[in-house]
Design a protein around this ligand. Structure first.
Ligand SMILES: *[C@@H]1O[C@H](CO)[C@@H](O)[C@H](O)[C@H]1NC(C)=O
Ligand SMILES: *[C@@H]1O[C@H](CO)[C@@H](O)[C@H](O)[C@H]1NC(C)=O
Ligand SMILES: *[C@@H]1O[C@H](CO)[C@@H](O)[C@H](O)[C@H]1NC(C)=O
Ligand SMILES: *[C@@H]1O[C@H](CO)[C@@H](O)[C@H](O)[C@H]1NC(C)=O
Ligand SMILES: *[C@@H]1O[C@H](CO)[C@@H](O)[C@H](O)[C@H]1NC(C)=O
Ligand SMILES: *[C@@H]1O[C@H](CO)[C@@H](O)[C@H](O)[C@H]1NC(C)=O
Ligand SMILES: *[C@@H]1O[C@H](CO)[C@@H](O)[C@H](O)[C@H]1NC(C)=O
Ligand SMILES: *[C@@H]1O[C@H](CO)[C@@H](O)[C@H](O)[C@H]1NC(C)=O
Ligand SMILES: *[C@@H]1O[C@H](CO)[C@@H](O)[C@H](O)[C@H]1NC(C)=O
Ligand SMILES: *[C@@H]1O[C@H](CO)[C@@H](O)[C@H](O)[C@H]1NC(C)=O
Length: 882
């Protein structure tokens, strides 16, 4: 519209008037132009000068229209043809910022972020009197903030983060009364924060983190009532946090980490009711945590570690029902752990290590069902380790080392079967090492440190497969299990007086009669397994095939039926009754090699049943898939992998019992308009992340690792909350170092990695590729096949990321936009044609987990070819968490 009204600017005035009469609805524009004509005498002069000034930057092709820049890429003009907005963000432009600003009196927005611009910010920037938005972040700009900047009193948004700007923040900054968003993070600013910052009463977001700012925080900051986000971390700020902080009642995130802030945490902190994130770690704070902290009921992350906080942990902390991360480590806390901690049921990360906490570990810790990390090491805890494992099914990291814990290592059938790293060293634990610990360890436990205790008995043979183990300085005795020396060095056993064999530091074992010796050798592992299966009710693959050795529950008609992983009762008869013997009415879908039924049990619980069809049950290929699925799913457990509750296997009865997924497959949800709309951006991002975590677990935490081989939107199921669960392990393969990885084709067309066609070799990278396809499919709302084949063609060169996103959803907001950008970049990295260049799922998963400061790149500025380049770079070296 603007362009069409501009194009008539050369037509004589008379014709103009007629045009105005004819096109009344353009009257406003027309009048505006007349005013401009009257004011400047010549529109085209300014237009010409602007086009010329822009052209001189070299940021546009030389073939551009030299009489007006209005139709150039990234340029917006007002009705008078004068440039109001310049957006050349993320183009990789280098060199100096040498645009002659004197020609742009109407410029409202200047966006040159994400380039490679060097040199100073020109003083002439002060001529852009109408500027409201200044985006220069992620460049290499140096020198101090130009003094002329403070004349731009219309400025609302200033993003100068990630440059090399030095000098101090000028006190004149207080003149920018309209500022709502100021980011100077990650520069080299020095000197104190000027007190005039208190004049910026409209400020909502203030980011000054990652500089070398010193002095104390000016009291005026605590008067900026509209602040919702305040980042001052990683500077050299000193002095206390004043009580006036209580005025910032709108504050949602407060980051003061890594400074030299001293004094106590004021009790007024309790007034910041909207706070979700509070980082005060790595400072010099003293005195106890105020009990008013309990008022911050919206708090999700609380980091107070690395201070000199003393006193006891206030029981009121138990009121922070939304807390997910709590770190109080490396302080001077005393007294026992309050039992109220058991109320924090959303907690995933609890770190109280390196304090002087005494008393015993409260059993209430056992209520924290979502806990993945429990660090209580280096304290003065006494008494036995309570039986807390029942509910801690997601626990991955457990460190209770360097305390005064006594008693034996508690265990149970459900004990520790999720855990990866256990450190109980430097305590006074006694008794035997539980066999179950080792058995559970077959697939999951990566490190186990039990050194410096008083453990007795033999070393369970099952421990030898744990990657890192330390049993030194205990009272273990007897023969070291066979093969221990192949996996571990002698120092992992040193300091156990009564061990024998294998290593030179121990005496040889006394000779036994041969027959007995072999008997022990052969039966020890089997009894271990059986013991575990029977005690624990957990079936490992080896158990499944030894049907006769297993005490599986038999139904009345002799079917072998096994249930575990399930907190109720299911009887074979219940299932037959619930589905009226697999009546078609209960069938909800047909999968790779069978049909899926929905069964409502007498307990009102709903389960899904996958039944192998009669004909297929007789086909050895399908039967193998079925058994394979049982094999794999009994070994693994992850919050994004569908849970197998049990199975039935016998002539005429071949079905698997799963947890029921209300929303069905991702494929179907994406193809149903209503459901696809319900699947908003944050749900979609969570689905992709969840899938990545599950794959990372299968590839990197299972031994041998498991390759799914058929990752597709069909095989990702969604529960009522749209959380993702990988299913259908019929084609999954255990990558055994000893057996061939060559295989038959498996997988779904459109998701299979290209190299598979010619190598026929399965590696984890096949799943990585399929994951990339699924991730794009979730963002696009449809299979990305066409896009992938068009990417190399010229038609896609100007395609923006936002154009490929599912158009049925409203465009993502800025925050979730950053997640989408990350997911898209990762997806393209996963789709690299060279398997070697794809990232591992571990990298992907960790990239997704990393706590990142949200940055601010709008998707409308991201070109697909650029994104792919970035993806290649990331896979090459840029994945920060590999
Ligand atoms: C250049 O832009 C002006 C003003 O928008 C227009 O009148 C002219 O036709 C354009 N010239 C070319 C070659 O596109
Ligand atoms: C910008 O243009 C004006 C007018 O032509 C000129 O006087 C000035 O020197 C130029 N500034 C720079 C930095 O080139
Ligand atoms: C700035 O914007 C105002 C309206 O917001 C407009 O009247 C004026 O022409 C623009 N340019 C300058 C140089 O003030
Ligand atoms: C806190 O947040 C809510 C909702 O975002 C908002 O309505 C309220 O004004 C904020 N401030 C206070 C002091 O509660
Ligand atoms: C805090 O640090 C400042 C500056 O280093 C010092 O002057 C002051 O005495 C300290 N206050 C407390 C309570 O330690
Ligand atoms: C655990 O986390 C999930 C989401 O990840 C949440 O839905 C659930 O309520 C949490 N469990 C408890 C006991 O709070
Ligand atoms: C597990 O959680 C339930 C319900 O939250 C609780 O009643 C039970 O005591 C917990 N078990 C342990 C061992 O803490
Ligand atoms: C270790 O346990 C043995 C047997 O229970 C006991 O005799 C011994 O005193 C214990 N040693 C230590 C250091 O606790
Ligand atoms: C099969 O793949 C796994 C994992 O990539 C690898 O460790 C193993 O050595 C491979 N086995 C053979 C025989 O190539
Ligand atoms: C760049 O400026 C344009 C125009 O104001 C704006 O729409 C866009 O969001 C800005 N880009 C970034 C990266 O903020």
């Amino acid at each position: 519209m603007a362009a069409s009204s501009l194009s008539i600017s050369n037509v004589p005035i008379v014709a103009w008037a007629i045009w105005i009469l004819l096109c009344g609805n353009y009257l406003d524009y027309a009048l505006h132009q007349l005013v401009n004509v009257a004011a400047s005498g010549s529109i085209s002069d300014l237009q010409l000068e602007q086009a010329k000034a822009l052209q001189e930057t070299g940021w546009w092709p030389s073939s551009s229209n030299i009489s007006s820049a209005c139709d150039w890429d990234g340029i917006t003009c007002n009705a008078g043809g004068s440039v109001t907005s310049i957006d050349r963000s993320y183009n990789g432009f280098g060199g100096q910022l040498k645009l002659n600003f004197s020609f742009f009196p109407d410029l409202v927005s200047l966006n040159l972020s994400g380039n490679n611009l060097h040199g100073h910010i020109p003083l002439e920037i002060g001529m852009l009197k109408n500027l409201t938005s200044l985006y220069l972040y992620s460049n290499m700009l140096v020198g101090p903030l130009p003094t002329t900047l403070v004349h731009l009193t219309n400025l609302e948004f200033v993003y100068l983060d990630e440059n090399k700007i030095n000098g101090s923040i000028p006190s004149e900054i207080g003149m920018l009364k309209n500022l709502t968003f100021l980011s100077l993070s990650l520069n080299m600013l020095v000197g104190p924060i000027p007190s005039t910052i208190g004049h910026l009463t409209n400020l909502r977001n203030l980011y000054l983190d990652g500089n070398k700012i010193n002095g104390s925080i000016p009291p005026e900051i605590w008067m900026l009532k509209n602040l919702t986000i305040l980042y001052l971390s990683s500077n050299m700020l000193v002095g206390p946090i004043p009580t006036t902080l209580g005025h910032l009642t709108n504050l949602k995130r407060l980051y003061l980490s890594q400074n030299k802030i001293n004094g106590s945490i004021p009790s007024e902190i309790g007034m910041l009711k909207n706070l979700t994130t509070l980082y005060l770690d790595s400072n010099m704070l003293v005195d106890p945590i105020p009990s008013t902290i309990g008022h911050l009921t919206n708090l999700e992350k609380l980091y107070l570690d690395g201070n000199k906080i003393n006193g006891s942990i206030p029981p009121e902390i138990g009121m922070l029902k939304n807390l997910i991360f709590l770190s109080l480590s490396s302080n001077l806390l005393i007294s026992p752990i309050p039992t109220t901690l058991g109320h924090l049921t959303n907690l995933e990360y609890l770190d109280l290590s390196q304090n002087k906490i005494n008393g015993s570990i409260p059993p209430e810790i056992g209520m924290l069902e979502n806990l993945t990390t429990l660090y209580l090491h280096s304290n003065m805890l006494v008494g036995p380790i309570p039986f807390i494992w029942d509910n801690l099914t997601y626990l991955e990291y457990l460190d209770l080392s360097i305390n005064y814990l006594t008693g034996s290592i508690p265990y149970h059938e459900h004990n520790l079967y999720w855990v990866k790293h256990v450190n109980l060293s430097h305590n006074f634990l006694s008794g035997d090492i539980p066999v179950a610990l080792g058995t559970a360890a077959v697939g999951r436990l990566l490190s186990l440190d039990l050194s410096y205790n008083n453990l007795t008995g033999h070393i369970p043979p099952s421990l030898i497969k744990i990657k890192e183990i330390n049993l030194s300085h205990n009272s273990l005795k007897g023969q070291i299990p066979d093969g221990f020396d192949k996996h571990h060095k002698s120092h992992t056993l040193i300091g156990n007086m009564d061990l024998c064999g294998q290593f030179k530091i121990f005496p040889p074992c006394p000779k036994r009669k041969k027959s007995i010796a072999t008997k022990i050798e052969i039966f020890a592992p089997i009894t271990t397994f059986l013991g575990f299966c029977v005690i624990g009710g957990i079936l490992f693959s080896r158990c499944v095939f030894k049907e006769n050795q297993l005490e599986l529950r038999k139904s009345k008609n002799g079917n072998i039926f096994s249930i575990w992983n399930y907190d109720g009762h299911i009887a074979y008869e219940d299932i037959i009754e619930a589905t009226e013997d697999f009546d078609i009415r209960y069938c909800i879908g047909t999968g790779g090699y069978g049909s899926v039924y929905k069964a409502k049990l007498p307990s009102e619980n709903v389960v899904a049943l996958k039944k192998l069809h009669q004909r297929e049950a007789e086909n050895p290929v399908f039967f193998r898939s079925f058994i394979n699925e049982v094999r794999v799913l009994t070994e693994i457990r992850h919050r994004n992998i569908v849970k197998l509750h049990g199975f039935c296997v016998h002539k005429g009865c071949r079905f698997l019992i799963y947890e029921y997924m209300e929303r069905g497959s991702l494929f179907c949800v994406l193809r149903n308009v209503d459901e696809a709309m319900e699947l908003d951006w944050s749900k979609r991002v969570n689905i992709i992340k969840g899938t990545a975590h599950a794959l990372s677990y299968m590839h990197h935490e299972c031994i041998p690792s498991i390759v799914h081989r058929d990752i597709s939107s069909n095989n990702i199921l969604l529960n009522s909350e749209f959380q993702a669960f990988i299913s259908d392990f019929g084609t999954a393969k255990l990558l055994d170092p000893d057996s061939s990885n060559q295989t038959l084709v498996a997988g779904t067309y459109g998701y299979i990695a290209p190299e598979f066609a010619y190598t026929m070799t399965v590696t984890e990278k096949c799943d990585v590729y399929s994951f990339g396809v699924v991730a794009l499919e979730v963002l696009m709302g449809r299979h990305p096949g066409e896009l992938l084949s068009s990417l190399s063609s010229s038609s896609s060169q100007n395609m923006m990321l936002n154009e490929i996103l599912d158009q049925r959803l409203p465009p993502p907001n800025r925050l979730i936009g950053q997640d989408i950008l990350l997911v898209a970049t990762v997806a393209f990295a996963c789709l690299h044609t060279q398997p070697k260049s794809r990232p591992t799922m571990k990298c992907v998963s960790q990239e997704f987990l990393s706590r990142k400061k949200p940055n601010v790149i709008p998707l409308t500025t991201v070109l697909l070819p650029q994104l792919r380049k970035q993806a290649t770079y990331m896979a090459g070296s840029g994945f920060a968490y590999c």
